[in-house]
Design a protein around this ligand. Structure first.
Ligand code: 13P
Length: 253
């Protein structure tokens, strides 16, 4: 089953509007003409407008890093799906481990955000992943199962067709420690197995599962060579145009 590779850069809390525009301006010629992968950058909210404008008429799509589930209201500091759409975002990351770790994100709030994204037509990238302690305690499968069943609760198979899953082992994020390709593939297989149970094989075979955690130009090819790894969610290596472009090229081979 051919699934189109998707490489997304999660800039996290980096890059002002001029910095983000400059990064995308530099990236554009380096990835021009690449259509074997969906290419996405996810800047901070305040940088979205500028990056959308710079990415206009290129093959680079723009995503946000979070959204609130309500349409509007008294939610100080939050951003709605409509606001993201207005800024020109087409993707949104939901449930990143840093949001779970530092901002109280739970599987229940992931589910609420996911519904809001789907209702508005934003393409959700739903993040799951285990801590080092959970992996060492052999609880990875349990943790991922709970994150998937809670985060995707009530989602229909046709909605699932529009959702991207990102598997990010927390111990590999920003640490330079990457899961070996075999270890990542094993876990991606487990995730797809759960999706088969939840949504049926036909649908689950179509879902793209990204790997994230210290993915770099040097390890992208071997990770993407695994049959169930369909892309990457990239932090550090997406902050420089040259490394992000090299990673994309190595990922698609
Ligand atoms: P790094 O690529 O910096 O490890 O970050 C991964 C990540 O958290 C992407 O969402």
């Amino acid at each position: 089953m051919a699934r189109k590779v998707i490489i997304a850069g999660n800039w996290k809390m980096n890059n002002t509007a001029p910095e983000g525009s400059a990064l995308v301006e530099a990236l554009k010629p380096l990835v021009a003409g690449i259509d074997a992968a969906d290419i996405v950058v996810c800047p901070p909210f305040t940088t979205l407008n500028a990056v959308v404008e710079t990415a206009c008429n290129s093959n680079i799509k723009v995503g946000a890093q979070n959204l609130h589930w309500a349409e509007s209201g008294a939610f100080t500091g939050e951003i709605s799906a409509a606001m993201l759409k207005e800024a020109g975002a087409t993707y949104v990351i939901i449930g990143h481990s840093e949001r779970r770790q530092y901002f109280g994100e739970t599987d229940a709030t992931v589910n609420q955000r996911l519904r809001a994204a789907l209702c508005s037509g934003l393409i959700p990238i739903v993040c799951v992943g285990e801590t080092l302690e959970e992996r060492e305690g052999e609880r990875t499968d349990n943790v991922l199962s709970m994150q998937l069943s809670g985060g995707l609760a009530g989602i229909t198979a046709s909605e699932m067709a529009d959702i991207i899953i990102a598997y990010e082992p927390i111990w590999a994020i920003g640490t330079g420690k990457t899961a070996t390709p075999e270890m990542a593939e094993d876990t991606h297989c487990f995730i797809r197995g759960r999706l088969i149970e939840m949504f049926g094989a036909d649908l689950a075979e179509k879902v793209r599962i990204q790997y994230g955690g210290s993915m770099k130009p040097e390890n992208a090819a071997e990770l993407l060579a695994q049959p169930n790894i369909d892309g990457g969610l990239i932090g550090g290596a997406s902050l420089k145009a040259a490394s992000f472009a090299a990673l994309i090229k190595n990922a698609i081979g």
